[in-house]
Ligand binder design. Sequence first.
Ligand code: AMP
Length: 215
Amino acid sequence: MKRVVLLGPPGAGKGTQAEGISTKYNIPHISTGDIFRANVKEGTPLGVKISSIMEAGQLVPDELVCEVVADRVQKSDCANGYLLDGFPRTVAQAKFFDEYLAKNGQELDKVIDIEVDEAILLPRMVGRRVCRKCGKPYHVVSMPPKVEGVCDVCGGEVYQRADDTEETVKNRFAVYQAQTSPLTDYYRSSGKLAPIDGAGSVQDVLNAICAVLGE
Ligand code: AMP
């Protein structure tokens, strides 16, 4: 059983690492950002409510986020665990989720905190691209698709997220510092926090994470 949370500032490589972890342990990668973007794209009532919040790089209100996650982790593909990417983002969300799990006689196994110096994150993020169809992440310099603008895996359009522009990225860092970074203290005190140096190659970081998660 692996119930894992992936923490780290915007651009730390959570999405990329999540792919590797999800494959190795055969657990679903649950990205609240991906769920919200899908709702915005489809124009669902939730999507309509949150689209301007997301575009500004602000956080979606806790009640909405918690409802979405509680719903998602009940699905049958989560029977052996799951990897949460982008949730929790506030101490209130973390407390909600701990209580939610406790009610079901469950708990988190590990909280992986990918640490990267902010100075190297801005160029990483502004060069970031993603497949509109399957969500596979790319980077214009370090990991471009074989054919520009076309996903290697599914042939979908590779594009830049509206919230990956320089101005919004800076705002997202500020939001992270103020609202999400206190989560490291929260999880450290419960003994679940595993800090990982995120400055190395994708494979080095993945190896370090797998060493923490075990077999
Ligand atoms: P991400 O793809 O994880 O960077 O998320 C993109 C955007 O979705 C964030 O900037 C927020 O607007 C929203 N979002 C994703 N996850 C959460 C969360 N756990 N709490 C609040 N807002 C979130």
